[in-house]
Design a protein around this ligand. Structure first.
Ligand SMILES: Cc1cc2nc3c(=O)[nH]c(=O)nc-3n(C[C@H](O)[C@H](O)[C@H](O)COP(=O)(O)OP(=O)(O)OC[C@H]3O[C@@H](n4cnc5c(N)ncnc54)[C@H](O)[C@@H]3O)c2cc1C
Length: 311
């Protein structure tokens, strides 16, 4: 069962509070808490943290924060941010270890799927030139078909474009089987959005069971599975399943969020597993931070201590 966090609704309410956002941004100690989960606001911040992670043996996927863009100009500035960071990754020789994750809703999907495809194609072309790949994050279930359509289009030119599947969706077993072909990079996660029971499993037990079944389908296939989870029980099962499928480490990978179970990331990596860190950056960090804090009581306590400490 998920842990119940009594401060969750308070923290989520704070996500909409501008005064608190300013306080968090300017208090030195809380800035450290922000830095635990988010690389910073600029391309230079993102590249600097990615470089450190790579130096410690990890790989990285960079996420320029922002979603649900309803404006063409904002979608364009998200594209520019990705082009900028890809160029920097190329210059710094980091592109073989650092890729990018993209939310189509930040590229205009909400109001124009074609625009989001064209924008994503520009990012894929820049990633190819830099020597790296793009993964399309998956958002709420109303966007799943659209995102998989865009993915299929992008893969005609850039077959290495990564997909994300969410095990909480009832449809995902079929999607996993369809996407388990040669060279197909698929990130499997539990899913992060509040979804209705008509489309999603209502219990953690069913979500976990679906995760294991989909993982099995991906490992039995010819693609490159990317297991995004912090769940120790799942990680143990996945490691065992990979062995049973005679998958060598490096023919699949684990993924975790920056700042979450950092020691476990390093432990898996030193045990020979490929581990990728999802590293968000950009000016839209506040909502992301609040969601991370709301997930775990320990994170909330850390945050409140930081805010109330003297400078
Ligand atoms: C790399 C990455 C990419 C993702 N991309 C997407 C995406 O594109 N779309 C999407 O919908 N969702 C995405 N997610 C989020 C994902 O769907 C889950 O919401 C999130 O990862 C929490 O699920 P979990 O598997 O970690 O396990 P949970 O069910 O949240 O937790 C299970 C167990 O894991 C351990 N654990 C979890 N969190 C922590 C923590 N903070 N500290 C210590 N232990 C912890 C605990 O033992 C806990 O009991 C992504 C997650 C990751 C890691």
């Amino acid at each position: 069962m998920p842990l119940v966090n009594p401060l969750r609704s308070l923290i989520l309410a704070a996500a909409g509070n501008d005064a608190l956002r300013r306080l968090v941004a300017t208090t030195p100690i809380s800035r450290d808490v922000v830095r635990r989960f988010v690389a910073g606001e600029t391309t230079a911040d993102a590249v600097a943290v990615a470089r450190d992670l790579v130096a410690s043996g990890l790989t990285v996927t960079l996420d320029h924060l922002g979603e649900d863009t309803t404006d063409k100009a904002l979608a364009e500035s998200a594209v520019q941010a990705y082009l900028d960071v890809l160029e920097r990754l190329r210059e710094e020789g980091l592109a073989s270890r650092v890729e990018v994750s993209v939310k189509l809703s930040a590229l205009g999907q909400v109001f124009d799927e074609r625009l989001s495809l064209d924008n994503a194609a520009r990012i894929c072309a820049a990633a190819e030139q830099a020597g790296t790949t793009v993964t399309l994050d998956m958002e709420d279930h109303t966007t799943t078909d659209s995102t998989l359509r865009v993915l299929a289009e992008l893969r005609r030119t850039w077959p290495g474009t990564g997909a994300v599947l969410q095990s909480y969706l009832r449809r995902t077993r079929r999607d996993a089987q369809a996407l388990a072909g040669p060279g197909s990079r698929v990130r499997l996660c539990k899913g992060a959005y509040a979804e209705p029971e008509s489309v999603a499993f209502p219990t953690m037990h069913e979500v976990d069971r679906s995760y294991v079944q989909c993982a099995n389908d991906l490992l039995a296939g010819e693609g490159y599975p990317m297991f995004a989870t912090h769940d120790p029980r799942l990680i143990e099962i996945l490691t065992e399943q990979a062995r049973l499928h005679e998958r060598a480490p490096g023919s699949y990978e684990f993924q975790m969020l920056h700042g979450v179970r950092t020691e476990e990331q390093l432990r898996l990596s030193s045990a020979g597993e490929a581990v990728r860190v999802y590293l968000p950056y950009g000016q839209e960090w506040y909502g992301y931070l609040m969601r991370r804090l709301a997930e775990r009581p320990a994170n909330t306590a850390l945050f409140l201590r930081a805010l109330t400490s003297r400078r």
